[in-house]
Design a protein around this ligand. Structure first.
Ligand SMILES: Nc1ncnc2c1ncn2[C@@H]1O[C@H](COP(=O)(O)OP(=O)(O)OP(=O)(O)O)[C@@H](O)[C@H]1O
Length: 252
């Protein structure tokens, strides 16, 4: 479980997050939605141990990411930051293998190599494994970074806008894969920032809507996606239709 209590975050003189009390249970997909600048990335950074809150607390499965060692933290939570930009001659398999670093610290075992291979397969990267990052398309590179986060083999995966640069088919494939990975006893707990509200409607188990550095609403997905809530969160009108029992959101 991720728990934040009265969490606030300030960068320099700017107050960015205010009084966030949030409980995210283990398992399934939790989507973070909200307008640009709402504080979604800042919240993921606070939870993952990158940005120490200025007030309040955060724990992941009881672990305080700021008191824990970097090794403990890296075995609990993997963060894919927005638009990662490491472009180099590094091969895809090497990048994905870096996800294993917190486990082997430079001496990969057979298990580490197996997990790297499994991550390449899980994200359909086998054919690209020997290609260097600089030769990939933006969407292929994005998939490689997600596979690296997966290879870290943590109970929690925090993904900041992973659908960036993905065409509709690959976006759908990725959401379907993440959905599969989040199911069952050993399923990963996935927190994902999405701008595509219909991706959240179609795949997320619950949605956290943020606005102005606060949590505006936090509900089971269908309950949150009402025209009234969406209008207040995004300051723009929406229509919510139903298709095969799920909400479909149309900006009007
Ligand atoms: N280091 C910083 N110094 C000052 N302001 C910052 C800093 N980092 C973030 N901000 C501001 O905090 C607010 C929240 O930013 P954040 O990136 O968390 O929003 P977001 O919801 O992820 O936005 P987007 O959807 O555009 O990615 C923004 O107004 C941003 O300009």
């Amino acid at each position: 479980m991720i728990e934040t209590r009265a969490l606030a975050y300030r960068a320099g003189q700017t107050d960015i997050l205010h009084g966030i009390d949030l409980t995210i249970p283990r398992g399934g997909i939790t989507a973070l939605i909200g307008p640009n600048g709402a504080g979604k990335s800042s919240l993921l950074h606070c939870v993952s141990g990158l940005n120490q809150p200025s007030e309040g607390s955060v724990t992941i499965d009881g672990l305080d990411p700021y008191a824990a060692s970097s090794r403990e933290r890296a075995r609990t939570v993997a963060l894919l930051q927005q638009s990662p930009t490491v472009v180099s001659r590094l091969k895809v398999a090497e990048l994905v293998g870096f996800g294993r670093w917190p486990h082997h610290r430079g001496r990969p075992t057979t298990e580490d190599n197996d997990k790297t291979r499994a991550a390449l397969a899980a994200f359909a990267l086998d054919d690209l494994a020997d290609r260097s990052l600089e030769t990939l398309s933006g969407g292929q590179r994005q998939r490689a970074f997600i596979a690296m986060a997966y290879a870290q083999d943590t109970p929690w995966m925090l993904l900041d806008e992973p659908l960036n640069a993905l065409d509709p088919r690959h976006a759908r494939d990725l959401m379907a894969r993440l959905h599969g990975l989040s199911r069952g006893e050993q399923g990963r707990s996935i927190v994902i920032v999405l701008h595509d509200i219909n991706a959240a409607a179609g795949w997320a188990d619950r949605i956290v809507a943020m606005k102005d550095g606060r949590v505006f609403a936090h509900e089971e997905s269908a309950a949150l996606l009402t025209p009234e809530t969406l209008r207040e969160v995004f300051d723009t009108p929406f229509q919510v239709l139903r298709h095969e029992g799920r909400p479909v959101v149309v900006a009007r």
